[in-house]
Design a protein around this ligand. Structure first.
Ligand code: ADP
Ligand code: MG
Length: 589
């Protein structure tokens, strides 16, 4: 697959500066193939996999064609969804960053006409829109296409699937005959070939094979796993690899809801997408995900279709996809633009036959691995910490504290003692990325036993950071028994980030105590309650303050403005097989 440096493609200095600023090192194969034809004014039909860089393949030549002195629409891009229109507009904005005077505007249904009209009226030269809204503006006379030089159809197959055929034809018939036409699609069914025949002239066909594109960049692994242990396996893999950005695919809406709740309750930062979620909400979730406002998106195939995101570290097939094509489509979202991604597929019971068929007929390269044990997860966490320390030392990313160290050494401690004590302190502190210490007397156990800790300080997670993660070991009995570890409770209170809270007396200002009818007798841990509260109310974990566990009840301090919500929402929720009956208890202690 040929790739070339951008500076060999005949581009202007403005574009070269922009791609450099965007961090693109070389043109992707589809870009290498399409850009020179695009610049030469040829019609182009481009076919390549998701994530192969089609946007820049058409945006770059389109931008080069724009005469910024002309305040008329010169480029029109049609996209199937508003998400895509916004995204493509953003990419145009970045690529045209150094081309002064170029204005692009996304136009799509749901946004006020007025706002879009103002941008058009101001002289935008590039319009990126969904077919319906583009037609509306044409009919109102607010979008004039007589100066149009380039028309782009992005994701043509999807636009046809969505029933935009008549709109597309109407638009193509209304634009000047002399325009250049660029078609992009992942597949080329008959219908598209018809359109191509009628609306393009002597087009150049560029086709980049999907397999060669995806396969080497994505490490693909499947696990045979008991249906009930899937969540446990999922969280273990996330912890083991320290993933921070990925999609988890489920086959049903119900599973999406359930898994999202579960992960959320375990302290992972997640959100969900499926067909029952309103358009406004979907846009919000997608935007937030793109901005990395949360770590894991739980979604069905259909809901995730309009979503293009950068640099996914991982794709989980929590449920098996329908066929090899869906599989390839799902994992095409990771390992983009030359970066190595990972794809994990969970196979339960008889699905194994389906998996083997998919591998065989789809010629997929997926290898089988055994489920990692809890020990491996913990060891990996230790390694992460070790690596961080090493990197800090190597890059000298720290201030010298010679005086303090010197004073300790003068008192007879060795530097090894000092370093060990610091590591110990870190473990006692935030616990972030530090392997939990084993054996008796760890903080987690102290919390579980409700012994008073030495420092009567309540720790709070940094509110700007992602909600802290709960460790993966918890209530899935079957998974636990396979590696012979003690009950999940011991681990449940040991957190990667900051769910840990120490029992203490007295209440902080701004907090109200809520009493729960569950306590030491039910082996409840602070993490159980914080996780449940965060999971059910969707409030950040920081709204929970001190937790005081008694034999038959537990007092939980909750930010006063949320106390009533917590009481209302947690009522009837089951924790440790007990139905919760929270009550506001202003005077307790
Ligand atoms: P497609 O439309 O083919 O699915 P996109 O155009 O959305 O793919 O590109 C996928 C991602 O790859 C985007 O984040 C884009 O910024 C990035 N990208 C595109 N071209 C390059 C390149 N030459 N080098 C590095 N990253 C690129
Ligand atoms: Mg695209």
């Amino acid at each position: 697959m040929e790739k070339r440096p951008f500076n060999e493609l005949g581009l202007s200095p403005e574009i070269l500066k922009a791609v450099d600023k965007m961090g693109f090192e070389e043109a992707s194969p589809i870009q290498t193939a399409v850009i020179p034809h695009g610049l030469a004014g040829k019609d182009v039909i481009g076919q390549s996999a998701t994530g192969s860089g089609k946007t820049a393949a058409f945006a770059i030549p389109a931008i080069e064609k724009v005469d910024v002195k002309m305040r008329q629409v010169q480029v029109l891009v049609l996209c199937p969804t508003r998400e895509l229109a916004v995204q493509v507009a953003e990419e145009f904005g970045k690529l045209a960053f150094f081309k002064k005077g170029l204005m692009e505007v996304p136009i799509y249904g749901g946004q006020s006409y007025e706002r879009q009209f103002r941008a058009l009226h101001a002289g935008a030269q590039v319009v990126i829109g969904t077919p319906g809204r583009v037609m509306d503006h044409m009919a109102r006379g607010t979008l004039k296409l007589d100066a149009l030089k380039v028309v782009v159809l992005d994701e043509v197959d999807r636009m046809l699937d969505m029933g935009f055929r008549d709109d597309i034809e109407h638009i193509l018939k209304s634009v000047p005959a002399e325009r250049q036409c660029l078609f992009f699609s992942a597949t080329m069914p008959r219908l598209i070939q018809d359109l191509i025949k009628r609306y393009t002239r002597d087009p150049v066909w560029v086709r980049i094979e999907a397999h060669a594109q995806n396969a080497p960049q994505v490490e693909q692994i499947y696990f045979e796993v008991d249906r009930r242990s899937k969540i446990e396996l999922l969280t273990r893999l996330i912890d083991l690899h320290d993933f921070r950005f990925g999609i988890i695919f489920c086959s049903t809406k119900i599973m999406v809801d359930e898994l999202d709740e579960h992960l959320h309750a375990r302290g992972y930062s997640t959100d969900r997408l499926h067909g029952d979620i309103t358009q406004a909400q979907r846009t919000r979730v997608m935007d937030k995900f793109r901005r990395r406002g949360f770590e894991f998106l739980v979604a069905t195939d259909v809901a995730a279709r309009g979503l293009d995101v950068d640099d996914l570290e991982v794709v989980f097939n929590f449920d098996l996809p329908n066929d090899a094509e869906d599989y390839t489509h799902r994992i095409g979202r990771t390992g983009r633009a030359g970066k190595q991604g990972m794809a994990f597929t969970f196979v339960a019971g008889r699905e194994l036959y389906k998996m083997q068929n998919m591998i065989h007929f789809g010629r997929l390269k997926i290898r089988r691995e055994r489920v990692p044990s809890m020990d491996e997860v913990e060891e990996a966490r230790g390694n992460v910490f070790f690596e961080k320390l090493r990197a800090t030392l190597e890059e000298k990313k720290f201030r010298a504290h010679d005086q303090m160290v010197q004073r300790l050494i003068e008192q007879g401690y060795t530097s090894t003692d000092v370093a060990s004590a610091l590591i110990h302190l870190l473990q006692q502190g935030s616990g972030a990325d530090v392997p939990p210490a084993k054996g008796p007397g760890t903080k987690a156990e102290r919390i579980a036993k409700n012994e008073a800790p030495k420092a009567a300080k309540v720790e709070r997670a940094d509110p700007s950071a992602f909600p802290a993660k709960a460790t993966s070991a918890s209530a899935l009995g079957s998974a636990r028994s396979t590696h012979g570890k003690p009950s999940g409770d011991k681990f449940a209170a040991q957190k990667r980030g900051g769910f840990e809270r120490q029992a203490r007396t007295g209440r902080e200002p701004g907090f109200t105590t809520v009493t729960f009818n569950i306590g030491r007798a039910q082996l409840v841990t602070p993490a159980d309650l914080v996780g449940k509260i965060a999971g059910v109310t969707r409030l950040p974990a920081q709204v929970v303050g001190a937790i005081d566990i008694h034999e038959e009840h537990t007092n939980v301090d909750v930010a006063t403005e949320h106390a009533a919500t917590v009481v209302a929402k947690l009522a009837g929720i089951r924790v440790k097989s007990q139905s919760l009956k929270p009550v506001l208890a202003p005077g307790v202690e």
